[in-house]
Structure formats: structure tokens, C-alpha cells
Design a binder for this molecule. Structure first.
Ligand code: UDX
Length: 442
């Protein structure tokens, strides 16, 4: 089928490339001509494992195209996917300006009957609004239906998730339009859940809010574990064996970040409020997450009277491993506070340094390896559980640092391993490890 995808951000580009890979002819549209030029040559503007390979393959096989021209992109399309951003407004609501502009562009440029598919995460009722804008501004005599098809992709495994998702949600108030989208997705061979427009919109928000709740829940449990001398890792493992609870998303840490959870939880609180309902539980989830980002600093301040002048190695900056994305990363809050308290920061991240430079204090020194960050430092802070950090040999902390003191915000190391080394080690929801006396005396 012929498909147009508007917006080549994270969601749009991955969607476009994967739809091309299953055999459709896809035009990806973006207003940024420089970006379009690069993508035509097979260069991805985002870091996502496997994406460039699929781009190059599908461009060569003449199924994947890029353009800045809406008319050209929409020409004879069976479906047009809206995948532009919905950034957060100051009050936490979703900014729908870009989505509404695309709806107008569609109305003014389509030349044949088409199904419009919303991939962007939009508040409940937005698809009706998109439909209204399109119908009110239609230039040609064509029939258009709107379908909601939310994405559930994780950054860093978006290609894998597209081909191996748990479900495809299709929300449609017009049966044949929903069928067409089901047809487009058939080659993925993933089970389809069909519902109405508004329920599909809500499924996306409710799913992200639930996952964020799981994280804040385990983070609170971890804070209690610290106080009562339990180990949150074992607690999570024991809980997760109950299939009703499930063993995923129970890793305690310094809080969730990224482009989805922070934005979508706040948007859902807004949506509920606008509908006359206070989502108290979700407000708590957001609040817990904000506190959790300050946890390492709290632990540091308990351990040291002052950190002014200390040389601190910051290991990991991205909001999670395998991405260069810094959006809402806990490292933003943590590094800001450390600098306010007069610390000197030497930071390392395998992929996010370029993005970090745009966001974080210009006082931070960036280096290209864990070793270089640790050399001569007074203490180390782990903010992202990259495998390069998890697999870094524990004995090297002692060798490289002035004194091996580690504050691990992502529970990267097994406590039993840590105990075999001369390290003072603080993690999340687990007992602290003091330097082993025997080793110190040697
Ligand atoms: C998420 C959803 O998983 C995806 O379905 C949705 O479409 C977009 O938002 P993503 O933001 O890429 O995807 O990251 P994810 O892997 O879900 O992690 C989100 C955040 O939660 C990260 O900051 C991660 O560090 C944190 N997290 C995750 C935890 O702190 N503990 C966990 O157990 C799991």
C-alpha cells in the first residue's frame, strides 16, 4: 500500500522505516530540509540500534522516500500517519499545535480517499478534533476517516518492539477504516486489539501511567527497605514471581525519565482534571519520581559534611542505557545540584555526551571512558546502567580513584561482588557496603 508518514522524529521515522520493510511504499515527510537530505542518503538523525541498516536497505529497494513537500508525499496515499511531536505545555498539558497543523495540511493537499492514522500520543478527544479540522478545511471532494494507532516503542529497542510488540491497538469509529490499518499491519503478525477511537487514545496514556506507577511503587518500597534493612532486589524478585504482578519494571533506581513517562503522566493528570476528576494516585507517582531523583544527593549529604571542591566522576547521563536521549534524564537534576554545592564533575556516557553538552552546565568536563572519569576522583556516581558501566571491573575503582567511594543510582553491581573489593558502596534499596576491614588492613 502507499503510505505517508508526517514527522520524522523518533516515532515517525521508526514507523515509516518498518512499514517500508514489510513491503509498503512509504513517503516520510518533514519540514526540515537539511534533515530530509541526510535521511535520503540513509543517515538517521537519531541513535537507534538497527535503524540505519533498515533505512539504507529500504531506500535501495525503492520503498522508502523522504520529502519536505506535503502534496508530493500525500499523492495517492492509502493512509497518512501523523507522528509529529506533542510537547509538554507549562501546565503539563499536551501541546497540539503541530498535530493540528498537520490536520490542516492533510485537508488542503489530499487528492484521493484516505485513512488518517494518529501515532502521536494525544489527549482523549483529539482524534475527533483532527477529524473536525480535516472535514472543515477539505479542498478536494474526497472521503477521510481518522483512526488511532498508538505506539508502545521503547527507545533503544524500537525496531525490535515494532516487529515483536505484544499488541497493536487500533481505535476506529468507522469499521472499514480500522480494517485498512489492520491490513497494513498484517505482515507484522502481531495480535490486534480493536476498539473505539477514545478508548485507544486512553489505552496509551493508561499504559504509560501504569508502568510509571510500577516504577514509583518499587522506588518507594526500596526507600522502606533501606530503613528496615531489607533488600529491594530480592523483594522485587519475590513479588515478580506472582504472574499477576509480573517481573518487569520493578527495578528500583533514581527515577524514570525520557520523552514519554514524565510528559504522559502529567498530561493524564491534566486530562482527568479537565474531566472533573482528580487522579490522586498518579499525582503521587509523579511526586515520588521527583523525590527519587534527589536520592543520591541526599545520601551524599548524609555521608559528607560538604562536597564543595570534590572531584566527582559521573558515570552515565542518558535517561536509560542504549540511547543518546537526555530528555528528562535524572542526570539533569543531579548534576545541577552537585554543581550548586561546589563539586567538580567529570562525566562519561557512551552515547549522550553531545546532547548532554547542550543541556547540562558548561562547567562539566566530559571524557571518553569510565577509566578517564574515575582517574583521581574523590567519589563516583552511577546514573545510567550502561553495560560498559555494569561490566567495568570493580577492582579498577580502587586502582583509579583517590578513594573508592561509589554511589550507584541503578544497582549495577551485585552486593556479593562488591563485598569482595575494597569499595565503600551505596546503592538503592539495598544495604550499604562498608570497606572490608580485612582488605583495608592489608
Ligand atoms: C516508554 C514505554 O516503555 C513505551 O511503551 C512508550 O511508548 C514510551 O515510553 P521509553 O521511554 O523508551 O519507553 O523507556 P523505558 O524503557 O520504558 O524506560 C522508561 C524509564 O523508566 C527510564 O528512565 C528507565 O530508567 C526507567 N525504569 C524502567 C526504571 O527506573 N525502572 C524499571 O524497572 C524500568
Amino acid at each position: 500500500m502507499k503510505i505517508a508518514v508526517v514527522g520524522t522524529g523518533y516515532v515517525g521515522l521508526v514507523t515509516g522505516v518498518c512499514l517500508a520493510d514489510i513491503g509498503h511504499k512509504v513517503q516520510c515527510i518533514d519540514i526540515d530540509s537539511e534533515k530530509v537530505e541526510k535521511m535520503r542518503l540513509g543517515f538517521s538523525p537519531i541513535y537507534e540500534p538497527g535503524l540505519e541498516e533498515l533505512m539504507v536497505k529500504n531506500i535501495a529497494e525503492k520503498r522508502l522516500f523522504f520529502t519536505t513537500n506535503h502534496k508530493e508525499g500525500f499523492m495517492d496515499a492509502d493512509a497518512i500517519y501523523i507522528a509529529v511531536g506533542t510537547p509538554e505545555n507549562d501546565d503539563g498539558s499536551a501541546n497540539l499545535l503541530y498535530v493540528e497543523r498537520v490536520a490542516k495540511d492533510i485537508a488542503e493537499n489530499v487528492n484521493s480517499d484516505v485513512v488518517v492514522v494518529t501515532k502521536s500520543t494525544v489527549p482523549v478527544g483529539t482524534n475527533d478534533r483532527i477529524n473536525e479540522i480535516i472535514q472543515n478545511n477539505l479542498v478536494n471532494n474526497v472521503t477521510i476517516h481518522v483512526v488511532s494507532n498508538p505506539e508502545f516503542l521503547r527507545e533503544g529497542s524500537a525496531i525490535f518492539d515494532t516487529f515483536n510488540g505484544d499488541r497493536i491497538v487500533i481505535g476506529a469509529d468507522h469499521e472499514p477504516a480500522g480494517k485498512l490499518i489492520e491490513e497494513i499491519n498484517k505482515p507484522f503478525d502481531i495480535s490486534v486489539f480493536k476498539t473505539d477511537l477514545r478508548s485507544a487514545e486512553m489505552i496509551k496514556y493508561a499504559s504509560n501511567a501504569f508502568l510509571a506507577t510500577k516504577i514509583s511503587f518499587i522506588n518507594e518500597i526500596s526507600n522502606i527497605c533501606e530503613r528496615i534493612g531489607a533488600n529491594v532486589e530480592d523483594v522485587a524478585l519475590g513479588m515478580g514471581q506472582d504472574s499477576r504482578i509480573g517481573n518487569q519494571f520493578l527495578n528500583a533506581g533514581i527515577g524514570y525519565g525520557g520523552s514519554c513517562f514524565p510528559k504522559d503522566t502529567k498530561a493524564l493528570i491534566q486530562i482527568s482534571g479537565n474531566a472533573g476528576y482528580e487522579f490522586e494516585l498518579l499525582k503521587g507517582v509523579v511526586h515520588v519520581n521527583q523525590n527519587q531523583q534527589n536520592l543520591l544527593l541526599y545520601k551524599l549529604n548524609q555521608r559528607f559534611d560538604s562536597i564543595a571542591g570534590m572531584k566527582i566522576a559521573v558515570l552515565g547521563l542518558a535517561f536509560k542505557p542504549n540511547t543518546d536521549d537526555m530528555r528528562e534524564a535524572p542526570s539533569i537534576v543531579v548534576t545541577k545540584r552537585l554543581i550548586e554545592q561546589g563539586a567538580e564533575l567529570i562525566a562519561y556516557d557512551p552515547a549522550a555526551i553531545e546532547n548532554a553538552k547542550k543541556l547540562l552546565s558548561s562547567e562539566i568536563i566530559y571524557v571518553n571512558s569510565v577509566e578517564d572519569a574515575l582517574k583521581g576522583s574523590d567519589l563516583a556516581l552511577i546514573l545510567t546502567e550502561w553495560s560498559k558501566i555494569k561490566e567495568f571491573p570493580l577492582e579498577n575503582y580502587k586502582k583509579l580513584m583517590k578513594e573508592a567511594i561509589v554511589f550507584d543510582g541503578r544497582n549495577c553491581y551485585e552486593l556479593s561482588n562488591v563485598k569482595e573489593h575494597e569499595i565503600e558502596y551505596y546503592s538503592i534499596g539495598r544495604p550499604n557496603v562498608k570497606k572490608q576491614k580485612v582488605l583495608v588492613e592489608k
